[in-house]
Each structure stands twice: as structure tokens, then as C-alpha cells.
Design a protein around this ligand. Structure first.
Ligand SMILES: Nc1ncnc2c1ncn2[C@@H]1O[C@H](COP(=O)(O)OP(=O)(O)OP(=O)(O)O)[C@@H](O)[C@H]1O
Length: 243
């Protein structure tokens, strides 16, 4: 791998006696798409939140393009476009006002706001209050917010939750395009078909452990007669958990 953009080294999180994430290491190259796969409570959001700098690790460290949260807070934050798994937009604002608010924070020009509203299919309803949006529409707006400043790292927590099949495929195309332009994408998902279709690499997580990390193309080839990534996940992770 060329010089990785993202370096996660022995990162762990404990709260009281609970270990949310056991020491975990991960590197991602520029232009690479990494899927974090695993069931409920596996530790995906915990890992993403620590990379995003909104949750402090118990141990370990993260660097993005050589920057650390502790030493280069502003530049580190500017390196990330983050889409949380749960988020309430201001209910009185329209989609256009909402995106303009985030654009101002990131010093992004207005034509990028309009371009992104079009990209996520919200141009015609941009004047509607976000509180009247469906779940999928809010997800698309949240995704647009993460993409605004074309950050080197897109960190997306369950980005396809609530998306219909058309927008799920559009999401895949958009992250592929972002990766083609050199952005690194790390996203979590329960939908292994999304990981299979669009990720370069998959991490399989369970009970706060990374149980397996591998190249998606190699896994697909290895498990092509056994359910592709679903088969791989079952063979490498779920079966262990059931044992
Ligand atoms: N603030 C907290 N205090 C204690 N335990 C927590 C806290 N936040 C999360 N956990 C626990 O940490 C574990 C990992 O949670 P996390 O949200 O990272 O899982 P996840 O893989 O994102 O799950 P899901 O797919 O359901 O979103 C879970 O067992 C959860 O109950």
C-alpha cells in the first residue's frame, strides 16, 4: 500500500468495566473504500466515532494524513466528512438552509451546496423544512453534508439505512466516484451486498473485536459458490459467535 491516509493503531475503548472495542488497527490508502461489517453492538460506531474525534479512545491512536486529533485538532477535523448514524437536523430549517449552514462552517461556496442538493436528488424539495422529510431524504441530506468540502476522508456510519434501492445504488456510485477522485471512504453497514458491490476491503467485527480484515475481491472469489460476502461473513465470524 502507498502511504496510507488513515492509520488506526491499537485503538480501544472501555467504559467502566465494559470494553466497547478491543485493540484494533486499520490502515486505509487514499482512494480506498473500506466497509465495517458486523451485527448490532459489534463496535462499528464506536470505532467510527473515535476516528471522527468525537469519542476519546482509552488507548491507541489515529492519524489522518499524518495529523492527530490531539496535536492538530482543526486540520484533523477539516480532513473528515462525517455522517453519524443518528442525527437530528434543526427542524425549522429547510434543506437548503441546513446545507448552507454546514457550508459556512467549512467555507464551502454556494455553488457546491446547489450541486450536492442536485446530486442527492433534493433540488426540487430544497425549500421544504427538513422536519417534513422522510428517513431516506434525511439520510441523503446527511450524506451531502459529509461530502460538502470534498474531505480526504469520508466516515459514514450506516449511510444506506433507510435508502430505497435506487438511492442505495446511487450511493454506491457516489462513493466509487469519490474514491476515484482520491478520497478515502470508511463506512459501516449491515448490508453485506453493499460492501460486496462497492468496498475494496471489508472488516468483519463482532463483540468489539475485528475478527477478520480482507480484500473484498479475494473474499468474493473464495466464497463465490458459498454466498459471496454473506458466506464469508458466516464462515469467518458468525459461526465463531455461535460456537
Ligand atoms: N456510552 C456507552 N456506554 C456503555 N456501552 C456502550 C456505550 N455506547 C455503546 N456501548 C456498547 O458498545 C457496544 C458497541 O456499540 P456500537 O454502537 O459501537 O455498535 P455497532 O456495531 O455500531 O452496532 P449497531 O449495528 O447496532 O449500530 C455495544 O455493546 C453497546 O451497547
Amino acid at each position: 500500500m502507498s502511504e496510507p491516509l488513515l492509520c488506526v493503531s491499537q485503538l480501544s475503548k472501555s467504559i467502566g468495566r465494559s470494553t466497547l472495542l478491543h485493540p484494533c488497527s486499520l490502515e486505509a490508502a487514499r482512494g480506498e473504500i473500506v466497509a465495517l461489517c458486523g451485527g448490532n453492538g459489534a463496535g462499528k460506531s464506536t470505532l467510527i466515532r473515535m476516528i471522527a474525534g468525537i469519542s476519546q479512545p482509552t488507548q491507541g491512536r489515529v492519524q489522518i494524513g499524518g495529523l492527530s486529533w490531539a496535536q492538530h485538532r482543526a486540520a484533523y477535523a477539516d480532513s473528515i466528512g462525517y455522517m453519524p448514524d443518528e442525527f437530528q437536523f434543526g427542524s425549522a430549517l429547510t434543506a437548503l438552509e441546513t446545507l448552507r449552514f454546514y457550508a459556512a462552517l467549512r467555507r464551502v461556496p454556494d455553488d457546491r451546496v446547489l450541486e450536492l442538493l442536485d446530486t442527492v436528488g433534493l433540488s426540487e424539495v430544497r425549500g421544504r423544512r427538513v422536519s417534513t422529510y422522510s428517513k431516506g431524504m434525511r439520510q441523503r441530506l446527511l450524506f451531502a453534508q459529509a461530502m460538502l468540502a470534498r474531505p480526504p476522508l469520508l466516515l459514514l456510519d450506516e449511510p444506506t439505512n433507510g435508502l430505497d434501492p435506487y438511492w442505495m445504488e446511487a450511493f454506491g456510485r457516489l462513493i466509487r466516484q469519490a474514491a476515484g477522485e482520491g478520497q478515502t471512504v470508511v463506512f459501516s453497514t449491515h448490508q453485506l451486498n453493499i460492501a460486496e458491490s462497492y468496498a475494496d476491503r471489508a472488516l468483519f467485527m463482532a463483540s468489539g473485536h475485528v475478527r477478520y480484515a480482507g480484500d473484498v475481491g479475494a473474499l468474493k472469489a473464495q466464497y463465490r459458490h458459498d454466498g459471496g460476502l454473506y458466506g464469508a461473513f458466516h464462515a469467518l465470524v458468525a459461526a465463531q459467535a455461535e460456537a
